[in-house]
Design a protein around this ligand. Structure first.
Ligand SMILES: N[C@@H](CCC(=O)N[C@@H](CS)C(=O)NCC(=O)O)C(=O)O
Length: 218
């Protein structure tokens, strides 16, 4: 097997890549990395100096950054259909959502969770406000197809599932945001996403906001 994924089952950016791998049905070897273990951290840093996961080793090529890994899989290890839309305008729309979900959902989530892990004294008003803004944008822009771009699950949805799952544990989805709430339900029911959730479940106790995970997912 040429593909090895370095990851942790709780790590949201790793979920994005796992979801893509499961969507494609691409076989891969797993290397779970405990960043608290100096030897395992050193092994990851030797591959990718920033010491962040996910990292994909594909033969002698090391691919870092979750969105780049998903595009790499689309090109080199495709499943039945590409996750990134073939249409150039739709591809741009998908990349825009991927950026927003990483920068403006995962970013605030990491800030809030990081603050809690450090003891919880930071000013998080901006992080929470950004989550509120992106929820409103999603509610406004979600269309009738049920997915973020086009009429099939794709690249943007791979980014949305982990970002919105964890964000909802910090800032509940607004009761009136019917399209957003239905979208998140659809995402979490997707077999690739449900599989990632199942694999993360044994680690949820280490998540500082585990009590806010809906009981049906714990
Ligand atoms: N932009 C990166 C972000 C990756 C990232 O932040 N990964 C987290 C886990 S979800 C991590 O490795 N954190 C440990 C650290 O930064 O030391 C990507 O998309 O892959």
């Amino acid at each position: 097997m040429t593909l090895t994924l370095y990851y942790h089952p709780l790590a949201s950016y790793c979920w994005k890549v796992l979801i893509a791998l499961y969507e494609h049905g691409t076989p891969f070897a797993r290397r779970v990395v405990d960043l608290g273990d100096p030897a395992q951290r050193a092994e990851l840093v030797a591959l990718w100096p920033l010491g962040r996961f996910p990292v994909l080793q594909d033969g002698d090529q090391v691919v870092a950054e979750s969105s780049i890994i998903v595009e790499h899989l689309d090109r080199r290890h495709p499943g039945p259909r590409p996750l990134l839309p073939v249409d150039a305008d739709q591809a741009l729309a998908a990349r825009r959502w991927d950026r927003l979900l990483d920068n403006d959902v995962q970013g605030p989530v990491q800030a809030i969770v990081g603050d809690r892990l450090r003891g919880g004294h930071g000013d998080l008003a901006r992080a929470y406000a950004t989550l509120t803004t992106v929820y409103a944008l999603l509610e406004q822009e979600l269309g009738a197809t049920g997915w973020l771009v086009g009429d099939e699950f794709g690249f943007a949805d791979c980014a949305a599932a982990p970002a919105l799952f964890y964000a909802a544990t910090l800032q509940p989805l607004p009761a009136g945001a019917a399209r957003l709430r239905a979208y998140v339900e659809r995402l979490l029911a997707r077999p690739s996403v449900a599989r990632v959730l199942d694999e993360a479940r044994p680690s949820f106790a280490s998540y500082p906001f585990a009590d806010a995970i809906e009981p049906r997912f714990r």
